[in-house]
Structures are given as C-alpha cells and as structure tokens.
Design a protein around this ligand. Sequence first.
Ligand SMILES: C[S@@+](CC[C@H](N)C(=O)[O-])C[C@H]1O[C@@H](n2cnc3c(N)ncnc32)[C@H](O)[C@@H]1O
Length: 252
Amino acid sequence: MISLETLAGGARGGTLYGIGVGPGDVRYMTLRAAGLVRAVDVVAFFAKKGLQGNARRIVAPLMAAGRSELRFEYPVTEEIPTEHADYQAQIGGFYREMAPAISAELGAGRSVGLLAEGDPFFYGSFMHMWRRLSAEFPVEVVPGVTGMSGCWTRANLPITWGNDTLAVLPGTLEEDTLTERLRLTDAAVIMKVGRNLAKVRRAVERAGLLARAVYVERGTMDDERILPLAECVEGRGAYFAMVLIPGEGRRL
Ligand SMILES: C[S@@+](CC[C@H](N)C(=O)[O-])C[C@H]1O[C@@H](n2cnc3c(N)ncnc32)[C@H](O)[C@@H]1O
C-alpha cells in the first residue's frame, strides 16, 4: 500500500504553492494540500487585523512548532465597502507590498505555501499573488473543497437537480442587480453576505425566494450556524456566511 506522504508528494524549492485548505474542517483538505502544508519551507497566510487567520487556524493540526511562517494582515476587510476608492487603494497597496516579500523567499530558493480558504481560484486573495508572481516563478495551485460545497453539505441541501442553472452571486452587488439576477436563476449561492445581510434578505424576498433560502455561517467549522434566512433577522452576518437557494429541478 502506498503511504499518504508518497501520495501527497513533496515541495520544490523556489516554487509558490496556492494551497486550497477547504471550507473549515481540516478533514476536508485534499491529500496534496495537507502534504504541502507539512512540506513547504514557508507557510504564508492572510489574516484579519488582530486575528489568527482563518486558513491558518484550519491547518493548525498539521503545523509543528518552529515552522517558518509569513503572516499578511489585511489593512482593511469589512470596515469599508469594497467598491469604495479607499478600500481599493488600501488593498491594492497591501498586495503590491506583499508580492516582493514572497518573491524574496522564492528567489532565495525556498518553497512558499500560501494558504487559501476553500479553492484558491474561487474569489481567493491568492489570485492577486498568482497574477503578480506566476511569470517569474513556478506556481502550483492545489484545488480545494469550496466554502459553498461545505455549506450545502452541512445544510443538507442538494443544490442543483436536472437542468437547474446555478448562479453564484456576491452579496456586494447592488440590491436591484442582485434581485434581477436571482429572478433569472433556478438555484443560487450568495457569497460575501457579512455586512450585506439585510440587503441580501430584501433582494431574496423581492425575487420571491425567501421560503427556500438558507443562511449558513462558518459552515463546517466548530461554531457553524445554519438557519432559514427568513428567521435570520440580524442586520449583519458573519464574514464567513453565505445564503443558499436550492434548485427545484427534476426529481426522478
Ligand atoms: C473571499 S471569498 C473566498 C471563497 C473561497 N475561496 C471558497 O472557495 O469558498 C469569502 C466568502 O466565501 C464564503 N465562505 C467561504 N467559506 C465559508 C464557510 N465555511 N462558511 C460560510 N461562508 C463561507 C463567505 O461568503 C465569504 O464571505
């Protein structure tokens, strides 16, 4: 029988790894992701101001003491709306400063694993490093179980049946746009709910979908919360929260 270490494979010096760490429960990581978290020279991750970092928390059971780590603290997350010029200036500057810090490690021949919640290529901050560094250094992206997949599984909600179309919509869209897009789809996942929760609930209600909508906060994590959106009356949700609207397509 082949060992898990052999199956997972190792890390090459000077390579950037975008490691999808899944939706929250460490057991939902892929073998390749878990192997790389152990094998890379430097584990890099994003964190909200003053917090440990959600991706870093997910991989904690895989991290031995004394590992080399690079922590990148977002200057801003939900305090300013994403479409605001200040948000874009601050986050743009943050990514511009982050890229040389990672390239210094790669240039010195070390492998860097940059952790990404869920899948790195699905609304992932990792993509901003991939864009800046992939022309100069080898990059391997390790896919992950997405947050939405973890959430619909935990909510026990098959999301698409038969010919259902699925729309993935950011809750940061304007209310009218969100409502319009919801009216066009059979099933929907609304991401980035957080500070947009009240607006998202209004859009779902206007689209006539409130009875089917489920709110999932921190899906697959220890403090997960799942309830019908109609019963979720607070004005603001958690940062890790989404709304799921399952399709009603063909049941055989
Ligand atoms: C910047 S996106 C990152 C998405 C991630 N790359 C993925 O594959 O799911 C962050 C948004 O993903 C959603 N999300 C990710 N994981 C989640 C989880 N475990 N529970 C609830 N929402 C989650 C939330 O809507 C959050 O605002």
